[in-house]
Design a binder for this molecule. Structure first.
Ligand SMILES: [Zn+2]
Length: 156
């Protein structure tokens, strides 16, 4: 049995006639092959760049995920702080209103005390005048003999 390669060499012969269509197609095939090889080389370069950039890309991606989580945490903390600030503000306003109300009540009570004291002083003065009246003392001496009351006090 003859070797396949030797068979091919023996059977293959150069074309002697002109085949313009085939020549043209062949030339276009060569040109297309060159373009294909060029495109392939560009693709390989781009793939290599892509693969080379992958660690950076993965790192950036991981950092983005981490930063997002930190942002979410910070947002949650911020929202919580806002709620607590609003609550503290409401409590401060409530305490301030209660203090103002208590102060108003205290001022009112003081004014009433001053008024009552003035009335009491006036009533005492009237009582002192009335009990020291000579007609009252004379009537008391008749109706209540041997009584220590002198018009001012019963315990002199
Ligand atoms: Zn008396």
């Amino acid at each position: 049995m003859t070797e396949p390669i030797e068979n091919r060499i023996r059977l293959m012969k150069l074309v002697r006639g002109k085949l313009p269509e085939l020549d043209k197609a062949g030339a276009e095939f060569v040109k297309a092959s060159a373009e294909w090889n060029k495109a392939r080389a560009e693709w390989d370069n781009a793939s290599a760049e892509w693969n080379k950039a992958r660690p950076e890309r993965d790192k950036a991606c991981a950092e983005f995920v981490k930063a997002s989580a930190e942002w979410d945490n910070a947002s949650a903390e911020w929202n919580k702080a806002c709620v607590e600030r609003d609550k503290a503000r409401a409590e401060r306003n409530k305490a301030r209103a209660e203090r103002n109300k208590a102060r108003a009540e205290w001022d009112k009570a003081c004014a009433e005390f001053v008024k009552v004291r003035a009335e009491w002083n006036k009533a005492r003065a009237e009582w002192n005048n009335a009990s020291a009246d000579p007609a009252v003392l004379s009537l008391h001496a008749k109706e209540c003999p041997n009584c220590p009351w002198n018009g001012r006090t019963i315990l002199p």
